[in-house]
Design a protein around this ligand. Structure first.
Ligand code: TYD
Ligand code: MG
Length: 463
């Protein structure tokens, strides 16, 4: 029999495994991403894919659906609502959760605070750091507040040593900060390399399922936006959360990207203060604070983040350009979408946008990709172009098509309700949504079927 290979080549992007090296990954077509690493260990493969409740050494047996008993999943509630919601209402016992994000965004701070909440409720937690010393962690903890209860700290990077401590302490929740610093002595490559990250994660998965410990793994994100090391890290864990936001701004969003135990659409909103992260239970209010009133080029719209409607202010500055190629800039919204909407204004309404520099911004550092904000962007552009103010108590929502038609958007009722909650008295909505909104009587609704009707409203108001 042929001798089993010791090493294989893995694609850093997609995790494709191959016996020989290639310049281009045959699977995802990325160049120069194949690296040599120890072949997948038989031990790891044997245990891969056995769900929660499956012991490590269970016999192979097939079941019918009726035979499978599903008890209530055990969830540990942290008490930080924004965090619990993203996980799908609490931490599942025995789950492996990856928390990704740029360096310095606040991953360690977030998880330290989670540990603090948990330990104050009597949950046994163990925080393992491979990045910082005990005194550095203590310094951060001092900024956050008092710690009491069952939180233990360990500074270690050797997975064998960690296994000993874990089996001895058997905490309910464990944090690994970060996966890129951990190493297995039996894997012959450097910490942070493809092989180490994969094998260490494999081991963590076994501990999580075997010992019933909920494990949170911190992973740094590279410039390209993928978790450093292989993408396959995302495939291996139960849940992937990303902590994102502008490092210079104060607000941060925790977003679920994958969740085997809940919806992936939920977000948690936090604000970074000098005393750690504070939850933002009403993001709309936060986003609209400091909004300029009576200024042209500012329109409020509503974006759905999962099941949560969040109001955001769209700002547009349209200025006469002296350049042959006028400037276009977009922050918080997709650049190409702005170009399309500018072209709609040019072609359908005869605006001379090609003579103007255009800058579009979503205030508050929020990033939105929903087409439901199109109408508000068009109105902000028109308002900026004509120098007409859109009244501050008007919210606009709707998708704009290439012929300038205003189309229906999903969850229109939640959006309008959020606007009413925040004190808006008028909403500009797609005409086709008027029927769905007929029960909303406490707000003045304007149903529009194309952009010129919507812009006509601004003119008529004359405000
Ligand atoms: P950190 O959690 O160390 O980031 P990560 O683990 O994602 O690399 O957070 C780093 C930043 O957060 C750092 O620049 C300082 C800032 N910070 C505050 O502004 N207030 C605080 O109370 C704490 C603890 C950190
Ligand atoms: Mg950190």
């Amino acid at each position: 029999m042929a001798k089993a290979r010791d090493t294989s080549f893995f694609c850093k992007e997609c995790g494709y495994e191959s016996a020989k090296w290639a310049g281009q990954c045959p699977s995802c077509r990325a160049w120069n991403t194949m690296v040599e690493a120890p072949a997948s260990s038989a031990k790891g493969l044997r245990n891969a894919g056995r769900g929660i409740g499956g012991g490590l050494l269970r016999e192979a047996k097939a079941y019918t659906m009726a035979e499978i008993k599903t008890g209530e999943e055990e969830r540990i509630i942290t008490g930080m609502e924004e965090f619990d919601r993203v996980l799908g209402n609490g931490i599942i016992k025995g789950s492996l959760v990856l928390v990704g994000g740029d360096p310095g965004i606040g991953k360690s701070t977030l998880l330290t605070q989670v540990c603090r909440e948990l330990s104050s409720k009597g949950t046994e937690v163990l925080y393992i750091s491979g990045e910082e010393s005990l005194s550095q962690i203590k310094l951060r903890a001092d900024r956050i507040g008092d710690f009491n209860g069952h939180m233990k700290l360990l500074c270690e990077t050797d997975m064998d040593a960690i296994e000993k401590v874990l089996t001895e302490l058997k905490p309910q929740v464990c944090i690994i900060d970060s996966i890129q610093t951990m190493f297995r002595p039996d894997v012959a490559s450097a910490p942070g390399s493809t092989g180490q990250v994969r094998e260490s994660t494999n081991l963590l998965m076994q501990w999580a399922k075997g010992l019933g410990i909920a494990i949170f793994v911190v992973g740094h994100v590279t410039k390209e936006g993928v978790v450093a090391g292989p993408r396959m890290l995302e495939h291996m864990v139960d849940t992937v959360l990303y902590f994102e936001g502008d490092a210079h701004g104060a607000y941060r969003i925790l977003r679920g990207v994958k969740n085997r135990f809940g919806s992936t659409n939920e977000i948690g909103v936090f604000e970074m203060r000098s005393t750690g992260l504070t939850q933002v239970p009403n993001p709309s209010e936060y986003m609209l604070t400091g909004r300029p009133l009576d200024t042209s080029g500012s329109v409020v719209s509503c974006s759905m983040e999962g099941t949560r409607p969040i109001l955001a202010e769209i700002q547009a500055l349209v200025a006469r350009s002296g350049l042959n190629n006028p400037r276009r800039s977009a922050s918080g919204v997709e650049f190409n979408r702005i170009n399309i909407l500018i072209a709609v204004l040019e072609k359908r309404l005869g605006y001379h946008m090609s003579e103007c520099d255009v800058y579009v911004n979503v205030a508050g550092g929020m990033r939105v990709s929903e087409t439901a904000l199109d109408l508000a962007i068009v109105l902000a552009l028109a308002s900026g172009y004509m120098d007409v103010v859109v009244p501050a108590d008007v919210m606009a929502v709707g998708e704009v098509g290439l012929s300038g038609e205003v189309r229906n958007v999903n969850q229109i009722e939640s959006r309008v309700r959020e606007a009413v909650k925040m004190g808006f008295t008028e909403c500009i909505v797609p005409a086709s949504s008027m029927n769905a909104l007929r029960k909303m009587t406490n707000v003045k609704l304007h149903g529009v079927s194309n952009v010129s009707e919507a812009i006509g409203l601004l003119r008529k108001d004359g405000k």
